[in-house]
Design a protein. Structure first.
Lengths: 341, 248
């Protein structure tokens, strides 16, 4: 019995040390990119449009970039909930360009499954995530969480976020975005991707002329300088969403640090906190769940789509076409803008 | 095999030193090969510290081979720093506290005090690296005081005083007769880097990378269009093939 416990603790120790070494090595990808070790190429997955998402629309009044949560391995989403959300959002905003083929956890949009050395490992992790055992799939989450921490780090953030701005610009230009136009750009950052969105804004602003809005969907982000660079940040949160509180590991998000970027941006009126209801962070009961219903009878997914599309319409004047509506007023009114988090 | 080359002994010594175990600082002066163990620890700690501080090399965009070379030079400079500490502590012990102790014994204990620095590599950890580096600095300071106390057989307050005096001595040395040696070190680092090491961490906010593809957007658009067309054709063909297979 004692021997088994001892062996178990040894294995646990090896796993923890392995994770710590992995974490310490993780910035080399970002740093190597900056040093020019991996070339300048930005990779593209070349996913065909389904007629709604990833469709080029000449003269579009709004460009929407969707950055997925930490479960992704490439620019392609395998989550049916995310696919449903994007499809409904594109239907609600028929003239807007909705772009989702961006992998926000890579400095050059290179899919994990396309990496030169570890592609096989990530393909195995992805298969495990889809078919089981899911534990192996957590490797993907850990890897992507480390990238979120890199973006939030004062040493690596300026490098990673610059790369992310370049990837986002690349995405916009692939869908014929006019750099000289004033067409607003909306970046939806789900979960940890909100950090990527907020981090990139500061640098994206130097590359385009138009307003940039960030929609954080249960976002986890630090007090990044990018918060002062947004035209507006809408932080959508559910009251049952606990993981979003992980943002509090960044001291700048605490109210006692009055001069932090987060607190300054709040005082400047750049941030709206939007309570979208009793939603969880993900899966059943999450923001993108179409089976869970609000007391009004509207599904969580439809309500989230309604709130996001209303934000886009408010700033871009996009035409409405059968968008999901929330009973008893507009989605934003129901959503309680400005509730403290 | 591992025991033959003395690995368990080295590992145990490192563990004890990291735990700040007072006895190991006394024992290291007596065990055979103590100086060798100390030197291995200092060399590995130097390499770990060089890796932990390698962000600066990346910021200055060193190519991979130059990066490795600069890393080794930095590690070597840490070893030089260790020799300086050793001599300083020995001088303070002999001339300030009147102890009769060999330079080798001091080299052993001071080298062992570098054990916490073996973890300096973890300073690279995103977001948590900075707080860890503060912890590591404090840990190393305590280890140095323990080493001085054991090496010179002093009371705690005397060890604190000796460490403080040693630190002052090194600062004076760096700014006076040590300057040519530091200049030589910097020259070596510049030579190894092969690029002017002009940027530091504080410059990062102002540094920008200008991607080549953005310089000529028309060219880029043509390329992307052609790639897009090729991919669309590939996807259409794949769809057709799948449909035919299903029919068959």
């Amino acid at each position: 019995m004692l021997e088994t416990l001892s062996n178990l603790s040894t294995y646990l120790g090896i796993v923890i040390v392995g994770l710590l070494i992995w974490a310490a090595l993780s910035p080399f990808e970002t740093l190597g990119w900056w040093a020019g070790w991996f070339g300048e190429k930005i990779y593209v997955d070349h996913l065909p449009s389904d007629g709604f998402v990833r469709a080029v629309r000449p003269g579009s009044p709004a460009y929407i970039l969707f950055l997925s949560g930490i479960g992704r391995v490439s620019g392609e989403t395998f989550s049916r909930r995310e696919q449903g959300f994007l499809h409904r959002l594109a239907l609600a905003l028929p003239t807007a360009v909705v772009i989702d083929d961006i992998f926000p956890y890579s400095v050059n949009n290179l899919a994990l499954t396309g990496q030169p050395f570890f592609a096989r490992l990530w393909r195995w992790a992805l298969r495990s995530k889809i078919d089981g055992p899911t534990v192996a799939g957590y490797l993907i989450n850990i890897r992507n969480i480390l990238q979120v921490l890199i973006s939030a780090d004062k040493r690596y953030g300026p490098i990673y976020n610059q790369a992310m701005a370049e990837v986002l610009l690349h995405g916009l230009l692939r869908y014929n975005y006019d750099l000289t136009s004033q067409t607003p750009v909306f970046i939806i950052g789900y979960s940890g991707a909100a950090q990527m969105a907020v981090g990139a804004v500061h640098y994206l602003r130097e590359l385009i002329n138009a307003p940039i809005y960030v929609v954080s969907l249960g976002g986890i982000f630090s007090s990044d300088p990018g918060l002062l660079g947004v035209d507006h940040l809408y932080h959508l949160y559910g009251t049952q969403d606990w993981p979003r509180r992980l943002s509090l590991i960044a001291p700048g998000r605490w109210s006692i640090f009055a001069t932090s970027e987060w607190n300054r941006a709040r005082r400047q009126g750049l941030i709206s906190l939007v309570n979208v209801g009793p939603m969880r962070h993900t899966s059943t009961g999450g923001y993108l769940d179409m089976k869970s219903l609000l007391p009004t009878g509207v599904s969580y997914l439809d309500h989230t789509v309604a709130v996001v599309s209303e934000i886009v319409r408010k700033h871009a004047g996009v035409a409405t076409d059968g968008s999901p509506q929330t009973a008893g007023g507009t989605a934003m009114e129901v959503a309680n803008v400005g509730m403290p988090t | 095999m591992a025991e033959f080359i003395g690995m368990p002994s080295l590992w145990q010594n490192i563990q004890q030193a990291m735990r700040l175990d007072q006895t190991i600082f006394a024992d290291i002066q007596r065990i055979p090969g103590g100086l060798g163990i100390a030197f291995v620890i200092v060399s590995l700690a130097g390499l770990s510290e060089a890796l932990g501080q390698s962000v600066i090399l990346f910021i200055n965009r060193l190519p991979p081979k130059r990066f490795m070379l600069a890393l080794l030079i930095t590690a070597a400079s840490h070893v030089v720093g260790y020799l300086l500490w050793t001599v300083t502590v020995w001088l303070v012990g002999v001339y300030v506290f009147g102890q009769s102790i060999s330079l080798t014994a001091i080299a052993c204990v001071v080298g062992l005090a570098y054990a916490p620095q073996l973890l300096a590599f973890f300073e690279l950890t995103p977001f948590l690296g900075n707080p860890f580096s503060i912890l590591l600095t404090l840990w190393s300071m305590v280890a140095i005081v323990m080493a001085v106390r054991a090496g010179l057989n002093l009371e705690l307050w005397q060890a604190l005083l000796a460490s403080g005096l040693g630190w002052i001595f090194i600062q004076i040395w760096r700014r006076t007769i040590g300057r040519p040696i530091y200049a030589l070190g910097r020259w070596l680092q510049r030579r190894a880097a092969g690029v002017p090491m002009e940027f530091t961490l504080s410059d990062l906010a102002l540094l920008r990378r200008h991607p080549a593809w953005l310089e000529n957007l028309d060219n880029w658009r043509n390329r992307m269009r052609q790639t897009g067309l090729r991919n669309n054709m590939r996807h259409s063909i794949e769809k057709l093939v799948k449909r035919e297979q299903r029919r068959a």
